[in-house]
Design a protein around this ligand. Sequence first.
Ligand code: DQA
Length: 140
Amino acid sequence: MKIAIVNGPNLNLLGKREPGIYGNTTAEDCFHQLVSKYPQVQLVYFQSNVEGELINFLHANGFELDGIVLNAGAYTHTSIALRDAIAAITTPVVEVHISNVHAREEFRHVSMIAAKCVGVIAGLGMQGYGLAVEYFLGKQ
Ligand code: DQA
């Protein structure tokens, strides 16, 4: 089973970015925890602050991977192009947010991508990434 963890804009700053909202764990620590927790899964990590690069990653990998765990950051709320890319690929995508977007500003309540994802996990902190991996494992 091969799964990609994909983080969008500003998530390279996890650990130092608004720790009161996003916690102190870096994306690297989170990824390494996943790698040791799920040795049976081939995990790959991709992060970009650039919308088109996220789309290119989905195009290049979204017909081969077994699952994609996507935290699209703020592009979640704005990107029809990302929504179309998720609709275009065959790999199922789980949308993840570290924070509970529904308890925050109104503009974060809307997701452009949710309807094209198999499901959404929000507000469970970094645990959300692992829970999404478990979902894909349960489908095997
Ligand atoms: C986020 C929530 C988004 O609204 C925000 O723009 C982010 C992070 C989250 O993981 O909680 O960058 O996706």
